[in-house]
Design a protein. Structure first.
Ligand code: SF4
Ligand code: SF4
Length: 462
């Protein structure tokens, strides 16, 4: 069915320069997970750009198939580093999704429900995120989860949601500031003051990782401040066509970190870091905020990058609690000889790699850990299928991608699979549960792994 409003909005919003910059060379095709899975041109970056251009030029109606292609894209942006013409594909995708979101009524009912809950009711409101954390904690700790499983109540959920329920962490109603306070001095001579971007998902589901990030940073010589008035980064909003919501959150975060007077803004979640580093673009049309947004964007660093480039890298060694004998006694299929080194591998966060352009720093840190063998996973740079809420809204493609990812993860025979983003972490846990059960492979955030192995030169105060 024709949708003239959507057609005219796409003509207005899509960046003509970016559309015409694409010279149809196809260098991006091998980098694109959806093209690799399907072999279909329309499922590739070049194909999607051609569709956008055809709509912008009035040669095609933005029909259901067009919308589907925009929604099938993971938004992983692996096509951008591969592009010799520097086409900003991510921006085009956001512009297309923004228009679709404003002018379509075709979402499935439960997808609409999830979107409303995530974008409007939950993520922008810290108090509700805390409440959700408390509810999750109660669900896991007070026997409700066991009850839900025993009674079969989980069968009422769509399969993907039911599967996610199995791998959710315990959650917490107390975030990093409630746990350890707002300001933390550097150990030894201070190098700089950094503001920790705590993240809403990180601080609700992985509070411990945020606490560990503070300890890692102070050990590396940074004073850490955690501004209390910071908010959700807006990444899920921006990638899902909720641009105005994302801009509003960006303004609030810029204010919070400016007032804290920090030298750097540090993120431990690739998905958050990638939007934070693009706040200058997000607010480029807003003359009141443009300067502050540029100030903010140029200070954003991933935690591994900050430590490797500017910090005193702590020493890392095996923790007391993990000897080869214990691994051998654990019943894991991947034990090996008692004196064999621990094998670790790493799944890149797409946004950390393709937008923040940081892939070497985490590997540098992993290679610095004594007694550990780092094994590079084949296609570690390829999306795991998590992609924000993609694994919930496009479960079929997400599951295909995950299955292939786990073939490569299993081939490493690693004891630990590390990541730098909460979405990837949950997706890889799901992958291990489905495709590597019994292998003993543990999935951890890189910060938690390093923290466990950090040799403290100074007495920790947090
Ligand atoms: S963002 Fe990822 S899935 Fe989308 S076109 Fe680019 S490479 Fe393909
Ligand atoms: S690599 Fe860049 S220029 Fe070439 S087809 Fe892909 S997006 Fe277009």
């Amino acid at each position: 069915m024709a949708n003239p409003q959507l057609a005219s909005q796409l003509k207005i919003r899509l960046d003509e320069d970016q559309l015409t910059n694409c010279m149809r060379c196809g260098f991006c095709l091998p980098a694109c997970p959806t093209f690799r899975e399907t072999g279909v041109e329309a499922e590739s970056p070049r194909g999607r750009i051609a569709l956008m251009k055809a709509v912008a030029d009035g040669l095609m109606e933005p029909d259901e198939a067009f919308e589907e292609q925009m929604n099938h894209c993971l938004g992983c942006r692996a096509c951008e580093p591969a592009c010799p013409a520097d086409v900003k594909y991510g921006r085009l995708l956001e512009q297309a999704r923004d228009a679709i979101e404003d002018h379509t009524r075709r979402h499935r009912l439960w997808v609409k429900g999830v979107r409303r809950l995530v974008f409007k009711e939950l993520f922008p409101k810290q108090s509700r995120m805390r409440l959700a954390g408390k509810a999750l904690h109660a669900y896991r700790v007070f026997g409700l989860q066991r009850l839900a499983r025993r009674t079969g109540a989980l069968k009422l959920l769509p399969r993907q949601l039911a599967d996610m329920e199995r791998i959710l962490p315990a959650g917490s109603g107390r975030g990093v500031v409630e746990r350890i306070g707002e300001r933390h001095p550097a150990k030894g001579e201070k190098i700089a003051t950094v503001g920790l971007f705590r993240g809403c998902l990180m601080d609700t589901l992985f509070t411990e990782t945020n606490v560990h990030t503070v300890e890692l940073l102070t050990e590396a010589g940074f004073e850490v401040v955690i501004p209390k008035t910071q908010n959700c980064c807006g990444a899920l909003h921006a990638h899902s066509g909720e641009a105005e919501g994302a801009r509003d959150l960006a303004r609030r975060n810029i204010r919070a970190f400016k007032e804290a007077g920090v030298d750097f803004i540090v993120s431990n979640a690739g998905g958050c870091g990638a939007i934070l580093v693009e706040y200058d673009h997000l607010l480029h049309e807003d003359s009141d905020d443009r300067e502050d947004a540029a100030w903010f964007a140029e200070r954003v660093k991933d935690v591994s990058e900050l430590i490797v480039r500017y910090g005193r890298v702590p020493s890392f060694g095996p923790p007391e609690s993990e000897s080869g004998e214990e691994r051998a006694a654990s019943g894991s299929e991947r034990t090996g000889a008692a004196d064999a080194p621990l094998r670790i591998t790493y799944q890149d966060s797409c946004h950390l790699r393709n937008v923040m352009r940081s892939s070497e720093a985490p590997r540098t840190l992993m290679r610095r850990v004594e007694g550990v063998e780092f094994v590079e996973m084949f296609e570690a740079d390829r999306c795991c299928g998590s992609a924000g809420i993609y694994n919930l809204t496009q479960p079929e493609m997400a599951n295909r991608i995950l299955e292939h990812k786990m073939e490569h993860a299993n081939a490493t025979q690693a004891h630990y699979l590390l990541t730098s983003n909460p979405g990837c972490l949950l997706q890889m846990k799901l992958g291990v549960e489905r495709h590597a059960a019994g292998s003993g492979m543990r999935v951890l955030h890189i910060v938690d792994f390093l923290h466990e192995r950090m040799k403290r030169d100074y007495q920790s105060t947090v």
